[in-house]
Write a protein that binds this ligand. Structure first.
Ligand code: GSH
Length: 244
């Protein structure tokens, strides 16, 4: 059976990493059996989660894992989409992974209260004498990456505005459809859900979460995806202030 290496359930989410969530949903969409094992990124061939071990073949990166399972098991997660929809799916996925995902990471790591209650705990199992320096090193690494992709060069309000542009774009693209491309979830829904759930989890109090909560179709969509792919996981649909 295939093994999926991920971060595991945390932060009020069935899986803390949006990219592991993406792969896990792809495996569930493809109805492929797998076992899930918690791992640290440095055990991965590419230094990041997720990766899989499929009968001794190790494949890292959610996009390449998807290509592997589609090729090896003859599944097509975007079946029924025309060439323009497939191009849109790729463009949406890039917006989410290469922009909104980083904005979301900034709110999770760079707001000290969120870092303390969240990622800082990843090192709770390390020897006490090393814990503080491991946490500091991780924070520095994430900070370096956030500057490299450009996000951390802006002020908090500007970062929030960038995130809101992507949330608004995603909300407009979804419209009143149940899933991004219609009645049936396709490949891109997996990462859209992974990133939205990570933003909307009540575990972290962020201005970005409040922006996402302002898009009723995105909160309903996240709850719909959660019920479909993680029916065992408790979730809520936030009530918008002006709906209450
Ligand atoms: N392009 C990768 C991104 C994966 C990724 O960013 N994983 C994070 C966890 S959410 C990670 O392992 N980060 C550790 C690091 O970059 O050092 C994918 O799609 O799988």
């Amino acid at each position: 059976m295939m093994t999926l290496y991920g971060a595991g359930p945390q932060f009020g989410l069935p899986e803390a990493s949006p990219y592991v969530t993406k792969t896990e949903i792809h495996l569930r969409m493809a109805e492929l059996p797998y076992q899930k094992v918690p791992a640290m990124p440095d055990t991965s061939p590419k230094g990041q989660l997720p990766y899989i071990d499929d009968a001794g073949e190790r494949v890292a990166d959610s996009t390449f894992i998807r290509a592997h399972i589609e090729r090896k098991y003859g599944v097509e997660l975007d079946a029924g989409l025309d060439p323009v929809q497939r191009a849109q799916a790729w463009a949406i996925e890039r917006m989410l992974e290469n922009q909104l995902g980083w904005v979301s990471a900034w709110f999770r790591f760079m707001i000290p209260e969120n870092f303390e209650k969240g990622p800082a705990h990843w090192f709770d199992g390390a020897p006490e004498a090393m814990r503080a320096s491991l946490r500091q090193k991780m924070l520095e690494n994430v900070g370096t990456n956030l500057r490299a992709v450009g996000v951390a060069r802006h002020g908090p309000e500007e970062i929030l505005a960038l995130g809101e542009r992507s949330l608004s774009a995603l909300s407009a693209l979804l419209g009143d459809k149940p899933f991004l491309f219609g009645e049936r979830p396709t490949g891109t829904d997996a990462i859209a859900f992974g990133i939205l759930a990570g933003i909307l989890t009540p575990f972290f109090d962020t201005a970005l979460r409040r922006k996402a909560e302002g898009h009723a179709n995105l909160t309903a969509y996240t709850a719909r995806m959660m019920a479909r792919f993680y029916p065992e996981h408790p979730w809520h649909t936030p009530v918008r202030a002006n709906d209450a």
